[in-house]
Design a protein around this ligand. Sequence first.
Ligand code: ADP
Ligand code: MG
Length: 627
Amino acid sequence: MRKKQFKTQSKKMLEMMINSIYTHKEIFLRELISNASDAIDKRHFRSLTDTALGLDMSAYKIKLDADKENRILTVSDNGCGMGEKELEDNLGTIARSGSLDFKSENESDEIDIIGQFGVGFYSAFMVADKITIVSKSLDSEQAYCWESTGADGYTVTPCEKDDIGTVITLHMKEDTENENYSIFLEESKIRELVKKYSDYIRYPITMMCEQPIQKEDGAEDAQPEFELVETTLNSMVPLWKRNASEVSEEEYNRFYHEKFFDFEDPLAVIHTKFEGTTNCNILLFIPKKAPFDYYTKDFEKGLQLYSSGVLIMDKCADLLPDYFSFVKGVVDSADLTLNISRETLQHDHQLKVIAKAVEKKIKAELKKMIKNDREKYDTFFEQFGRQMKYAIYASYGMKKDALMDLIEFKSSYEKKYTTLEEYVTRMPESQTAIYYAGGKTIDKIDMLPQTQAVISKGIEVLYFTEDVDEFTVTMLGNYNEKPFKNVSDNDLDISREEEKEEIKKENDDQKSLLAFMKEKLGDKVEEVQFTNTLDSHPVCLSTEGGISTEMQKVLESQPGMEQAIKAKTVLEININHPVAQKLKELYGKDDEKVEKYAKILYSQACLICGLPVENPTELSNLVCDLM
Ligand code: ADP
Ligand code: MG
C-alpha cells in the first residue's frame, strides 16, 4: 500500500509558532540579523571556490533602516540571496532550514553558521503584519519577491533587483493598549537590541544615524545641526575570541565596565579557551567589590552565554557554582545544542561540562593569587570570602575539597589573614590541633582568658569573628588530619603531662566542694572544675561537645531558633587564684557563702564570654552582701 504523507496545517503551525516559541518579541531582530549573517557567510564560502561570486571582504554588510512615518523596518544584506525555489522551500515551509542543509553539505571548520531550525524568520510576524522580501540569488539573473501577511499564505513573483542579496521589509503592526510596536522603529531601541543580541556578528550592521555636524572651525555650537551618517552599531570581533596575548589590560577593563556596569576595574581577568567535546571561549572577571545586593536574595548569579557570537542567555546560572557567584563573564560556544527558541539549551550535560571547566579555571586563578599576590587575595577575600565559607557549611561539607584551600581567617600570628595550609605549616610538631577562638572582634577575643592561656603557650590562634566561621570548620572536621579546637573547649590538651596529673588530683580531692557548687548552680552548667591553664584570670566558661557558646549565640539569633540547643558549659575556676583557696577554706564552714561565690563566679564567667547575665539584680545583691 502506498504510504500517505503527513501534511502540516501550516496555518495553525505558523500561528502556534509565532505566539508560543519566544518569550520576547524583540528577538525578531536577532533572528533576521542572524539570517543575514548566515547568508553572507554562505556567499563568502561559495566565493572561495568561485571568486566571481564574492565581494571584497570589507564590502559585506547588513543594513538596517527604520521609516517611522510609514512604519517600515528593513533589514538588507548582500549575502547569497534566494532564488524562486529557495524562497518556496525555505520560507514557504516551516521548520525547513536552508542553513542546516548548507552546513551538512559543506563540511568545513570555516563555517560558523547560526541557523538550524528553520523557524527564526517567522518570529518577525510577532511584530509585523506584512513582510515583503526581495531577493536575488547568486545563481539566478532574475530577482523574486516573496510576500506574506502571515497565516494566510504567501506569494512569490518575479521582480527587479540589481545586486545579489536580500531586502526584508517589515510592515510593523499598529500599537495596541498592551503592545508598543513603534518602539522597534526607534533608533535607540534598535541600537540597544543590536548591542544586546548581535554585537558580535562578524559583519558590520549599519544604520543611518543622526550625528551633530562637525563645524569646520571646530567651534562648539549651542544648537548643533544634525546630519544622517551611516553608523556601524556592532563591535563585531568579540574580545573573548581574540588571543589573550593580544588583548591589553585597558581593553579588558573597558569591556568589563561597559558590559557589567561596574565603575571599578576588575580585580582579576580570566581569559581562556576550553577544548573538549564542547569547545568554548571563556572570559571571566572577578570584581573588586561585592555589589550592594550581593549578600541578599535579590542577587542573581550567572554568566552570559553566547553561541557563535549571538547572545542566548543573559544570566546562565548553571554555569557558576554558588560559591563563585561573584564572578561575571561570558562563555561562547559554537557547539551548543540549542532549543528551538534559541533561548536555552537542549542538553544539560554540555552546560555541566562547561560549568566544570569554568569552576576549575576560577579555582586555579584564586590559588594563583594566593601564591603570587597575597594582598590582592586578602582584599578579594574580605569581599567574597563569606560566600565560600557559607558554601562549605551549607553543603554539609561536601564542597570542602573545592574550597578548604581558598578560605582564610585572621590569626594571632601577625594579626593577618592566613590560610589553613599556612597555619598548619607553621605548627610545631608537638601541636595536635588547629586552635581558634570566637567573638565579635579580635580585641574582644584577645581579652578572653582562654585565648590568652593558649597564646601564652606559644600557640597560634585563629580569630573567628564571623558568624559562619565556627560552623564552617565544624563541617570541615579537620584540615590535613589536624582537628579544629575551640580554645574554650573543655579538654583543650595544651598542658604538660605533670600539669595534667596535678589538676586531675586536685579535682578528685575537691570532688565534694565542686559537686556542691554544681548543685547550687543547677542546670546552668554541666560541671564545675578547677583548672591550671588560666594565667591570672579567676574563672572562665568552657564547653563540652560540639556546640560552643559562640555557636549558641548565632543559633539563638535566628528567627524560630530561640530555643535552640544550648552549649554544654563547664565553669572552670583557676586553682592558682586566691579565690580557689578561699572556696576550699569556706567549704564545710560557711556553705551559704560558697553558694554565693559560685553564683558570682558563674555570672562573671558569662560576662567575660559575652553571654547575658540572667539575673543582674541578684548578682548585684550578692556582690553587696559579700562586701
Ligand atoms: P534557520 O535560520 O534556523 O535556518 P529561518 O526561519 O531563520 O531558519 O530561516 C529559514 C531559511 O531561510 C534559512 O535557513 C535560509 O536558508 C533562508 N534565509 C532566511 N533569511 C535569509 C537571507 N537573508 N538570505 C538568504 N537566505 C535566507
Ligand atoms: Mg535563522
